[in-house]
Design a protein around this ligand. Structure first.
Ligand SMILES: [Zn+2]
Length: 218
């Protein structure tokens, strides 16, 4: 991280559109939910927003599982407005992704006090082969081919389209909910990366949560 420009505090907009998306999902207002999710995604700015592309998503699903290093970053190409006239490719930095088959996992024996607190005598680590630093397995984010938690692909397929006919309604609702919650999870992860970068730009302070913290108004 660090190459993107100065990030604005978008905490109020995050909070607003996230509540709106969840409310619309609960009310089964699918169009409203899709619109709120797109607005929420837009809050993240072009460097952080989740790509919406069935083509990119299918490609990502064919890749090997990877672990994300907590200590170093890599540069990737980010495509916006794919297939449209204003398609652009931009380079952004994300946590380094190391294919699982290149990773060696090892146990370290816990110090007595940690062992007592965690109830286990060893902690699993892996070493990043780019920066050489140790990552604790339980604190590692994983990008995996099958959807199991935690799962972050930075891309979701296109929004399911509703076909006419009553028989298609249940199928559509199931597909839409699956899509919407995947999108929300990806946005939450992108928001985490955004906040982390924001913190590093603001002397380690957290982004003030202007939406939730109504106490500020009094
Ligand atoms: Zn690393």
């Amino acid at each position: 991280m660090g190459k993107s420009g100065y990030l604005p505090n978008v905490s109020a907009n995050f909070g607003f559109f996230k509540s709106l998306a969840v409310n619309n999902l609960q009310r089964k207002d699918w169009n409203g939910a899709a619109a709120a999710l797109n607005s929420l995604n837009g809050c993240l700015g072009e460097d952080y927003l989740v790509t919406i592309s069935t083509k990119e998503y299918d490609k990502k699903m064919k890749e090997d599982d990877v672990y994300c290093c907590n200590h170093c970053t890599m540069t990737i190409d980010k495509i916006s407005n794919e297939g449209q006239e204003d398609e652009t490719t931009k380079q952004i930095e994300v946590p380094t992704e190391i294919p699982v088959n290149e990773i060696r996992v090892y146990d370290l024996i816990n110090q007595i006090i940690v062992g007592i607190l965690s109830g286990s005598q060893t902690t699993k680590f892996w070493q990043c082969n780019k920066c050489g630093k140790e990552n604790e397995m339980s604190k590692t984010r994983k990008i995996v081919a099958e959807r199991v938690n935690p799962f972050f692909a930075r891309v979701v397929p296109n929004c399911p389209i509703r076909e006419s006919g009553l028989a298609n309604r249940d199928t559509f609702e199931r597909e839409f909910l699956k899509w919407a919650y995947s999108f929300l999870e990806e946005i939450n992860y992108a928001e985490f990366l955004y906040r982390t970068e924001w913190k590093s730009q603001n002397d380690g302070d957290d982004m003030p949560d202007t939406f939730k913290d109504k106490g500020d108004l009094t």
